[in-house]
Write a protein that binds this ligand. Structure first.
Ligand SMILES: [Zn+2]
Ligand SMILES: [Zn+2]
Length: 255
């Protein structure tokens, strides 16, 4: 059977380091073409394991401008340049996108002229479309930081990526009956007070149950959550009875 939509979890860690998990990154390949969502520290290296040709990348979607979600952008640009990249690199992100690239051009002035870049500032409901896929940005709740999740629709399938967020109604709406919800699950329930702008297992279980998603994938996992993984899964199971995946980095999920 030909697999049409393949999701690779490039990085499933969060900002406190785990030896076997790099920070936020996700690749969705649709008919062999990769879309990248977030590209945090270490994700470029994971791409070297998971993508046979880096120059296939034409679209990078950034959920927000915390370092753990975007720091490998200049490193990727340098690699693409050295690979002889000759396509348009489309980068989508919240309102500071242009400032971010001005910053890159100040620190690494040689990089910007080397690549045909197209920057797309996103806002709630922003859509990017080709004949093979549609990506829709929706606002999530991540404290003072403007942040988005993305709904990816392709081949009749619906995948939602939360980015960083506390549980929010918009995610439930966008993820309703989704084939796959890839949602952050940062810290154990007992640590909720330390991370009010993130999601805990109990909250995620309730959200996934309400959205009635077919499969739930946990990501943005802090070491404390991983140490208490079985308790976290029990907590999710109290509300949600669908399939739950705790991926390792570079794990491929097909739908
Ligand atoms: Zn964040
Ligand atoms: Zn984060």
């Amino acid at each position: 059977m030909v697999t049409i939509v393949e999701i690779t979890i490039l990085g499933s860690g969060a900002s406190l380091l785990s030896p076997d998990r790099v920070l936020a990154g996700l690749m969705i390949e649709i008919t062999g073409k990769p879309l990248i969502f977030d590209i945090g520290p270490g994700v470029l290296h994971r791409l070297s394991c998971s993508l046979r040709d880096l120059t296939l990348i034409e679209h990078i979607f950034l959920t927000h401008f915390h370092v753990d979600h975007c720091s490998d952008v200049p490193a990727l640009m340098q690699s693409l340049w050295l690979e002889g990249y000759d396509k348009n690199l489309n980068v989508y992100g919240p309102k500071h996108l242009e400032n971010a690239f001005q910053g890159i051009s100040l620190i690494f002035p040689y990089l910007i002229p080397k690549l045909p870049l197209k920057l797309h500032v996103i806002s709630p409901g922003y859509q990017s479309k080709t004949e093979d896929w549609t990506v829709t940005a929706f606002p999530v709740e991540h404290g003072d930081m403007e942040a988005y999740g993305f709904l990816i629709e392709a081949e009749g399938k619906r995948v939602v990526y939360s980015g960083d967020t506390r549980p929010c109604a918009e995610t439930i709406k966008q993820a309703k009956d989704a084939d796959l919800l890839i949602h952050e699950c940062s810290l154990p329930d007992r640590m909720k007070d330390m991370a009010p702008n993130h999601t805990t297992p109990a909250e995620l279980g309730a959200l996934a149950a309400q959205a009635e998603v077919k499969t739930l994938v946990l990501t943005h996992l802090y070491p404390e959550l991983l140490k208490e993984l079985s308790e976290a899964l029990t907590s999710i199971r109290r509300s949600y009875s669908g399939k739950v995946i705790v991926p390792r980095d570079t794990q491929v999920i097909t739908i």
